[in-house]
Write a protein that binds this ligand. Sequence first.
Ligand code: F6P
Length: 365
Amino acid sequence: MKKKILLATGGGDCPGLNAVIRAIVKAARKHGKYEVYGSIEAFNGVLSQPTQIVKLTPSKVAGIHVKGGTILKTTNKGNPLAYPVRLADGNWTTQDISQQLVHRIQALGFDAVVNIGGDGSQKISQALFEKGLNIIGVPKTIDNDLSATDLTFGFTTAVQIATESLDRLVTTAESHHRVMVMEVMGRDAGWIALHTALAGGSEICLIPEIPYEINKVVKKINKRYDKGKGFVNIVVAEGAKPKEGGVVGEKSKDVGDEHVKLGGIANYLKMQIEEAGCQAQVRTTVLGHVQRGGTPAAFDRILATAMGVKAFDMIVQGDFGKMVTFKNNEISSVSIAEAVSKYNFLSKDHYLVRTARSLGISFGD
Ligand code: F6P
């Protein structure tokens, strides 16, 4: 009898998820002794009655590596450690149902699970592993904020989309002598912002790791206008913050989703620039989820495919409780516990920060 593997995609979607799914299914078919299934909407598919679990055959996954999103669907509200449960009075609460989930997966006959997700999902993987589940993590996030891996798939695609957008804003900024502020994603990490600023050539880049001073930002803007270069492009990360003050965002209203929803720094910055007396016209663009949608860049398809194959190899070897990584140009793995123990933020002396400063890009500090 063939062994059974269960796949789940959790948290925000990300270009490359389908390439991981396809790679695992193809590797399993070639190996011959495994069948692959997918739980719909992270682990909700296992928990729902009746279950929503699909068999993933090679024909079902043919060509999906080119598609964005995830054929298994996903959710931010499926955390089994804080699962949304409706009370008799109609109100909602959260409960830790992780042990039940492990028993359910085992009772359904699955020999191994691959959880494809970001930091939140891998914390769940670790908890399920500690409760006896044979689980492997595959990291995904456009934010690139996992320290155990040099790169996550989805990031390169997000940078490409943001760069193409910045290129378009540069020409309209120049035509109108305007200041264009473009807000990009990344949560508390400035990777997308800094890569985009360098690739597109913005004059100012504001990132969470380097809190900015509005007077320094305005000084840089004015200097450009004084020099006769009457336009400025600013890339601001959604998690960027002024030296005196916090991030712009709001707590999620969804039960089971504990994240603060970042967003709005572009408009806040516009207000600050205007209040500081800057005469230039300012316009804002918030890129939002276009950075996560659509077809993955070639590099992300390849990285996701290599990670999927590695996850399958780890299952065959029984190497559970580990997360696949891409470190020093090699596909490898670390314990999930180590992988979730620290984040990957830009250091102030990162070579790309130094490169940007040498080009004259201001961080507003
Ligand atoms: O973590 C990926 C990410 O796209 C972040 O960059 C962003 O802050 C967040 O997810 C948005 O979450 P949601 O899709 O729930 O709005």
